[in-house]
Design a protein. Sequence first.
Length: 212
Amino acid sequence: MRPSAIYYHSYDEIDPGVYQRVVAAIEQHKVLELTYKPTNVKRSLSQHTFEPYRIIFWNGHYYLVGRSRTFSHKPGGGLMHLRLDRIREAKVAVAWREGQKVPDTLTFPEPDFDPQAYVERSFGTFGGDGEPEEVVLHFPAHNAKAAAEVQRHPSRELLPQDDGSLIYKLTVPVTEELVWWAASWKGLRVLAPDHLREKVRRHCLELAYLNQ
């Protein structure tokens, strides 16, 4: 057989059984009980009663997007994404009804969930601080062309300057990934918002301290 011209690869090691049960739950509108290992290795496993909406391939990883009933009291009402390879167990949730244990197939509160709109509400896959806001970045002339080629979000607006530099605008929540991305560009200045500028400054100071 002739090899494909495109080679696709991900380092995620997803449990095949977990994957099959998650896909079946999405297709059959089943609620799941999940055991999850958060990214922070200091935290223990967490439990979620979860309404699965979609699996999304996002920035090199697979994520299960849906609503955690366990965390419905938090901002966003429990809507979140969990990395699929960090799900340790997945089983159909059950509810007590007339003394019997039966599958929980309650109708989800968001049957018209739009995965594209969900992705566009963030810069990267980390949770943000509040609602989307205007982010204004200044790239020096030597990085302006490379920055203009980077389409990280559909809200991007490019404003070339007379000196060859570039004003790069986005409307996104301030996320950890945005801080890291901004700090990775030599000569970049954060013009707004102030709290993003402070986060980038602290990030760079920490790196400088650890590498002195």
